[in-house]
Design a protein around this ligand. Structure first.
Ligand code: FAD
Ligand code: NAG
Ligand code: NAG
Ligand code: NAG
Ligand code: NAG
Ligand code: NAG
Ligand code: NAG
Ligand code: NAG
Length: 471
């Protein structure tokens, strides 16, 4: 089956090259061009695109500007798992490099687009359904969490996703932190079943369907939560860092949800810092949120909310800036948090001319979250047995900057080495930097390595796609 196609497309490829306008384009076929030519024959030129409006939309719409300059040899828009199998088979047969894109929110360069390679985009596999007979939500990988939430809300259920509605289903592959994770666990704990095209987070295969257990939250009129947004001036960063450390250490109530975003660059900005805080109940208990409520703020937007409302408070759909993530995990110790913040300040000031902003983002991962995880069978991240903060360091580059400089990258590596996770704590892969060996922080690292070796004995995935290191 493949041999005749291979020959045909070798010829095709040469003809295409010879017919193009620049003499420099007359190059030998590459693994990617061969895979793309074959895929066009097998799937058609609507599903396999090399230019045009949808090609431009997919390439240019990545959350991080840094990924928007990649130019895939072709983009495959599968409409079924079978077509993903065909794509993966050809990628493998021709030894092409490839990338997979769902919601396009990765902060890692090259994780969701590629140059001189095949991009598989799930932009045309976006269906969402709720079955009253199985009681589960079935989603295709191209759906965004806001769309999923909107589709299932009329049934009085919700999906355990992230905290920004624009994020895609790639979140489920790395864990997933929602505002209600302290109550229900990591988002990945809600997975009942997945269809996976093996061939390979993205290292273990390509997921073509997720079947998820819903949350029984009620619909958009069921305002079972209270909370929202508080904005603080840059002068309150240290007070907020301290309040966060104490919160992480002391709050055990699974009905509480929080995220803290501390801005570094602009200390004089009256709206530099923000927190989102929620409680499943009629008000925000001062025994839990008192410290945050006491810190002088510049804006408070608090009200009774449904989970649907909460899911739509943050869109997270900004575009146009290069973005970078790094991760740490800290126990609730004021000095550890301040140390982390001060190192980020030093880094940010050292490279102030190259950065638009930087944030230290604090997400509580309390013991109750792990208890919920255990109740649904556990996950690979591994319960460390203590409440801690998943720390995310988000660098935002000025609009128009196309790539991070070597100096910033070296400085960021130094920063991450200065603020390592507290002993025994796992790092969160969805918020990390590509240089961080996340899986090595999981207690069952050897089982992950064995699983990878079992499903990809030739290590094709590691050799041909960008993704987490360490396997
Ligand atoms: C603004 C913003 C807010 C965020 N908020 C949260 C949050 O509240 N909670 C949280 O937990 N995380 C959050 N994240 C991190 C988020 O979980 C990760 O960025 C996640 O990887 C995004 O998935 P995606 O599908 O949108 O992105 P993509 O870039 O499309 O995918 C991410 C990675 O997963 C791979 N992948 C995606 N789909 C598949 C598939 N079907 N099969 C195989 N590999 C696949 C891709 O190749 C890529 O390497 C946030 C990120 C951003 C940018
Ligand atoms: C994908 O969906 C878009 C928008 O619905 C449509 O215009 C396009 O033709 C589809 N592409 C493929 C390859 O099915
Ligand atoms: C796609 O983008 C390219 C390069 O930016 C541009 O030349 C081309 O006109 C665009 N095509 C469409 C259909 O928008
Ligand atoms: C923050 O905590 C540190 C260490 O406990 C303390 O020295 C400092 O005064 C606190 N600052 C604020 C503003 O709370
Ligand atoms: C900092 O914020 C202030 C107030 O919003 C603004 O006037 C100033 O331009 C900002 N500075 C930088 C470097 O962004
Ligand atoms: C978590 O589970 C442990 C063991 O079952 C239990 O002792 C503890 O009280 C639980 N903690 C919370 C916060 O749910
Ligand atoms: C501050 O950052 C710069 C640039 O990365 C680095 O050279 C310096 O060692 C850092 N200082 C401290 C105290 O960490
Ligand atoms: C590690 O994973 C293997 C394989 O899934 C499992 O049998 C074993 O119990 C796990 N060990 C721990 C400590 O979780």
């Amino acid at each position: 089956m493949f041999l005749p196609l291979f020959l045909t497309c070798t010829l095709l490829s040469i003809q295409v090259a010879a017919a193009s306008d620049s003499i420099l384009d007359v190059t030998a076929p590459t693994p990617a061009s061969l895979a793309c030519d074959t895929l066009r024959l097998e799937l058609g030129s609507t599903i396999v695109e090399t230019s045009g409006a949808q090609y431009n939309q997919t390439t240019q719409n990545t959350w991080s500007l840094f990924n928007s300059f990649e130019r895939p040899t072709c983009i495959v828009y599968p409409q079924s798992a079978f077509q993903v199998q065909i794509a993966m088979t050809n990628i493998f047969v021709f030894g092409a490099h490839y990338a997979v894109q769902a919601g396009a929110h990765s902060a890692m360069v090259g994780y969701n687009s590629i140059t001189n390679g095949v991009l598989i985009s799930f932009a045309n596999m976006t269906s969402v359904s709720y079955s009253t007979s199985t009681g589960t939500i079935t989603v295709q990988p191209g759906a965004h969490f806001g769309d999923i939430e909107t589709a299932v809300e009329p049934y009085g259920v919700s999906v355990l996703g992230g905290r920004a509605s624009d994020i895609g289903t790639g979140l489920l592959l790395g864990g997933g932190i929602s505002f209600v994770s302290p109550l229900y666990g990591w988002s990945a704990d809600s997975i009942k079943a997945m269809d996976v095209v093996l061939g390979g987070a993205n290292r273990f295969g390509i997921v073509t369907r997720y079947e998820l257990y819903p949350l029984q939250t009620g619909n958009r009129n069921n305002k079972a939560w209270y909370g929202g947004l508080i904005v603080y001036p840059g002068s309150q960063s240290v007070a907020l860092s301290n309040a966060s450390a104490k919160y992480i250490r002391e709050v055990t109530d699974p009905k509480a949800g929080l995220i803290v975003l501390l801005n570094v660059i602009n200390a004089t900005d009256p709206a530099a810092n923000a927190i989102y805080l929620f409680y499943k109940g009629a008000s925000l208990p001062t025994s839990i949120f008192g410290d945050f409520l006491a810190i002088p703020s510049t804006l408070q937007s608090l009200s009774a909310l449904s989970y649907y409302d909460i899911s739509n408070l943050i869109a997270g759909n900004g575009r146009g800036n290069g973005q970078q993530f790094g991760a740490s995990s800290l126990v609730g110790d004021e000095t550890a948090f301040l140390n982390s913040y001060n190192h980020l300040v030093n880094f940010t000031q050292s490279f102030a001319s190259e950065l638009a902003a930087s944030y230290m983002i604090i997400s509580p991962v309390p013991v109750s979250q792990w208890n919920a995880t255990a109740a649904s069978g556990g996950n690979a991240i591994g319960n460390p047995g203590v409440s801690y903060a998943a720390m995310n360091y988000n660098l935002i580059y000025p609009a128009g900057v196309k790539a991070a400089s070597a100096g910033v990258l070296a400085g960021f590596k130094l920063l991450l080495s200065q603020i390592p996770p507290s002993p025994g704590l796992p790092l969160y892969v969805n918020e990390c930097d590509a240089s961080q060996n996340i899986f090595a922080t999981y207690p069952n690292f050897s089982a992950l390595k064995n699983t990878y070796a079992k499903y990809d004995p030739l290590r094709f995935n590691i050799g041909h796609t960008a993704g987490p290191i360490g396997l």
